[in-house]
Design a protein around this ligand. Sequence first.
Ligand code: NAD
Length: 247
Amino acid sequence: TEGRFTGKTVIVTGAGSGIGRATASRVAREGGRVIGLDISEERLKAFAAEHDGLDVTVITADVTKDDDLARVMEATGGKVDALANVAGIMDNMTPLHEVSDEIWNRVFAVNVTGLMKLSRAVIPLMLDAGRGSIVNIASEAGLRGSAAGAAYTASKHAVVGLTKSSAFMYGPSGLRVNAVAPGGVITNIEARFDSPLGEERVMGALAVSPPPTTADQLAASITFLLSDDGVNLNGVILPSDGGWSAV
Ligand code: NAD
């Protein structure tokens, strides 16, 4: 039987854990050829073993490294139908005056620059094909100021900006570029609280958020936009948060 991703090559970043892993799994189970990348070789091995018999290629790669991204592009064989930019890291909940250069630079390198560079490599292939779908993972922190520290919040607002710019620029060429903004999801992501002010402010705001959901629930939203089910959607920032954004 035909799945939503039958015949399609789909790159998924952060495929070793959490939301990326659930997304890669769903794409593979719905007939797609998955190119899954992550910095964790161990997690990728476990993912590949669990999906034995499906069309899964895993590549240990860091989205902040140009050579690694070049290896990923090589593995595609020059055909990419869809890209899910899921890999990302949290900050330490620091307000702006307490942000360290280290946190700022690392969060932007992974969440923004890595996403930009892999997209930049993939988009010319999609333009040649006259079609393609990209889904970026933003966050509730891409929609409001109360969900994380300054660095993470700014990085996810940048993801929203890249999504909208690309949707606008490439829409007439047949590409769709959308984002999903998850609320709280139970994954392996690490959030530290290094600031009393940040902790007090963010914890207070989290008190009104719905309970955290599962990575599979996010994969449902992401694959909706990634597949042809999202045919009429471009430039959408879709909250997938159990209603948090209605609070
Ligand atoms: P996770 O930590 O479980 O999974 C993220 C994966 O990305 C990990 O396997 C990690 O090894 C990989 N990764 C990290 N840096 C990388 C890099 N430089 N190159 C390649 N891979 C890298 O976390 P998750 O919660 O599934 O997060 C996925 C995305 O969802 C992130 O962009 C995150 O910001 C976003 N998000 C998560 C939540 C949440 O509550 N979990 C909420 C909003 C947004």
